[in-house]
Design a protein. Structure first.
Ligand SMILES: Cc1cc2nc3c(=O)[nH]c(=O)nc-3n(C[C@H](O)[C@H](O)[C@H](O)COP(=O)(O)OP(=O)(O)OC[C@H]3O[C@@H](n4cnc5c(N)ncnc54)[C@H](O)[C@@H]3O)c2cc1C
Length: 394
C-alpha cells in the first residue's frame, strides 16, 4: 500500500472522489426541497401535463434554480457540478419538472451567459436565475433534428431589426417561457459555421406563436411548437456576433448533455430505490423476491450501472468547470446515463411484475419517462458519432 501511495504521488496524480462539504450540503438541501416542495405537486402536474410554475420563483429565491452561475448574477457559484446535483435530485422526484428547471439553468440561458453582453445578462439571465423569467432554447425544426445545420428559419436585417420566419418543434418550456434563444440563418450562403445566428425572442413579440405538444412521458416538462411569422426583434437581441451562432449552439449543447445525463441518473436512482424496496417486501415462494438470484443479480447490476454513470457525469462536469476539453466525456456521460436509465427502469418493471403495469404504479411512470432519455438533446446514435470523431474516426 505504501509503495502504491508513493507511485501515485510520484506520477503527480490527484484523485479526489468526494464532493466538497459545500457540495454535500447543497445536495442535501436540494433533496429536502424536492421532497417537501416538489413531491406534493407531482401527481397534479402529471395528470394535467403542466409545469407547476410556482416552483420557478421559489427555487430562484433560494439559489436552487441555476446553481452554476456566479453570485454576481444571483447564482450559487457552484458550476456545472452544482447544476448536475440540482438536476439529479429534482429528477429523482420527477423527470418532467427536472426538464423545466434544467433548461432554465442550462440551454435556455447558457449562450447569454457565455456570449451575451452585460445588458442582455441583466435583462434576461439575472431574472431567469431568480425564477422571474422562464427561458427556452429553440434549435430543432420539423426538418432539422439531428441535422441541426438543416434549419430553415431565417432572420433578415431590416431597419435596425431582425425579422424572423420559421418553425421550431419540441421546445422545452416553449409554452411557458418569457423568452427563447432562437437559431436562424442570417446568411445561408455562408453555411452553418458562418451563417447561423442566435437571437433572444420575447414571448409577446408580434408574430411569435406557440402551441403545446402532448407527450406520454415527462408530462410536466411542457414541450411546444413555436412559429415565427415576420417576427421582428431589435438588433440588440442578437447574441454575440452575427454568423457565429452555430459554434455557440455547440457550446450550449456540449454542456447541456452533462445536465441531461444527470437527469437520467436521478430517474435511474429513483427506479432502483423503488425496485430494491419492492423486491425486499414482495414475498413469493415463502421469501422476498430479492432473494431469488435472478433478481439479486439484476439489482447488483443496477447498482453498478448507477455508480458508473455517476462517475462519468461528475467527471465530465468537473472537466467543464475546469475549462478543460469535455466534448467526448459529455457525450459519453449522456449516452451511458440515458442507456442506464432505460435498462434500470425496464428491469424495475420486471421486478414489479403485473403491479408495474397498473396506471397508478410508479414503475410505469419511470419506464415511460426513461423513453426520452436516449432521444432528446442528441440521440444515442449522434452521441456515438461525436465520440467516434473525438477518438479520431472521421
Ligand atoms: C421532450 C423533448 C424535448 C426537447 N427539447 C428541445 C429543446 O428544448 N430545444 C430544441 O431545440 N430541441 C429540443 N428537442 C429536440 C431533440 O433534441 C430532437 O428530438 C433530437 O435531437 C432528435 O431529432 P429528431 O427528433 O428530429 O430525430 P431525427 O434526427 O429525425 O432522428 C431519427 C432517428 O434517426 C437517427 N439518425 C439521425 N441522423 C443520424 C445519423 N447521422 N447517423 C445515425 N443515426 C441517425 C436518430 O438517432 C434517430 O434514431 C426536444 C425533443 C423532445 C422529444
Amino acid at each position: 500500500m505504501r509503495r502504491l501511495d508513493k507511485t501515485v504521488r510520484s506520477w503527480g496524480v490527484k484523485l479526489d472522489f468526494e464532493f466538497s462539504e459545500e457540495q454535500k450540503m447543497f445536495k442535501q438541501a436540494i433533496r429536502d426541497f424536492a421532497e417537501k416542495e416538489i413531491s406534493p405537486l407531482v401527481d397534479e402536474a402529471e395528470r394535467t401535463a403542466t409545469f407547476p410554475l410556482q416552483l420557478f420563483p421559489k427555487m430562484g429565491e433560494l439559489g436552487y434554480l441555476c446553481p452554476r452561475y456566479p453570485p454576481e448574477y444571483g447564482g450559487a457559484g457552484m458550476g456545472k457540478i452544482g447544476d448536475c446535483i440540482m438536476v439529479e435530485e429534482v429528477a429523482y422526484v420527477n423527470v418532467g419538472i427536472a426538464a423545466g428547471t434544467m433548461v432554465t439553468g442550462g440551454i435556455g440561458t447558457s449562450a447569454i451567459y457565455v456570449r451575451g453582453n452585460e445588458e442582455q445578462k441583466q435583462k434576461y439571465l439575472v431574472p431567469a436565475i431568480k425564477g422571474q423569467k422562464i427561458a427556452a432554447f429553440g434549435l430543432t425544426e420539423p426538418n432539422a433534428g439531428s441535422d441541426a445545420a438543416a434549419i430553415e428559419t431565417t432572420a433578415v436585417k431590416k431597419n435596425g431589426k431582425y425579422v424572423i420566419n420559421g418553425t421550431k418543434i419540441f421546445i422545452t418550456n416553449g409554452t411557458t417561457c418569457d423568452f427563447v434563444c432562437v437559431a436562424a440563418y442570417t446568411d445561408k450562403s455562408k453555411g452553418a459555421g458562418r451563417g447561423v445566428s442566435l437571437f433572444i425572442v420575447e414571448k409577446d413579440t408580434p408574430g411569435f406563436k406557440r402551441s403545446k405538444l402532448h407527450k406520454f412521458c415527462s408530462r410536466p416538462g411542457e414541450t411546444a411548437e413555436l412559429t415565427f411569422e415576420d417576427c421582428a426583434v431589435p438588433e440588440e437581441n442578437l447574441i454575440g456576433e452575427e454568423g457565429r451562432g452555430f459554434p455557440y449552439i455547440m457550446e450550449v449543447l456540449y454542456g447541456g448533455r452533462i445536465s441531461h445525463a444527470s437527469r437520467s441518473l436521478g430517474l435511474a436512482r429513483a427506479a432502483y430505490d423503488a425496485a430494491l424496496k419492492y423486491a425486499q417486501e414482495r414475498v413469493q415462494f415463502g421469501q422476498p423476491i430479492a432473494k431469488f438470484q435472478t433478481n439479486t443479480f439484476k439489482l447488483a447490476r443496477m447498482a453498478m450501472d448507477l455508480e458508473a454513470a455517476r462517475w462519468l457525469i461528475y467527471y465530465a462536469a468537473w472537466l467543464y468547470d475546469q475549462n478543460q476539453p469535455h466534448v467526448k466525456e459529455a457525450a459519453m456521460a449522456k449516452l451511458f446515463a440515458s442507456e442506464v436509465a432505460t435498462r434500470i427502469t425496464t428491469e424495475t418493471m420486471q421486478i414489479y411484475g403485473g403491479y408495474g403495469l397498473t396506471e397508478d404504479s410508479i414503475a410505469q411512470r419511470y419506464f415511460r419517462d426513461a423513453r426520452l432519455a436516449t432521444i432528446t438533446e442528441g440521440t444515442s446514435e449522434i452521441q456515438q458519432l461525436v465520440i467516434s470523431r473525438e477518438i479520431g474516426i472521421r
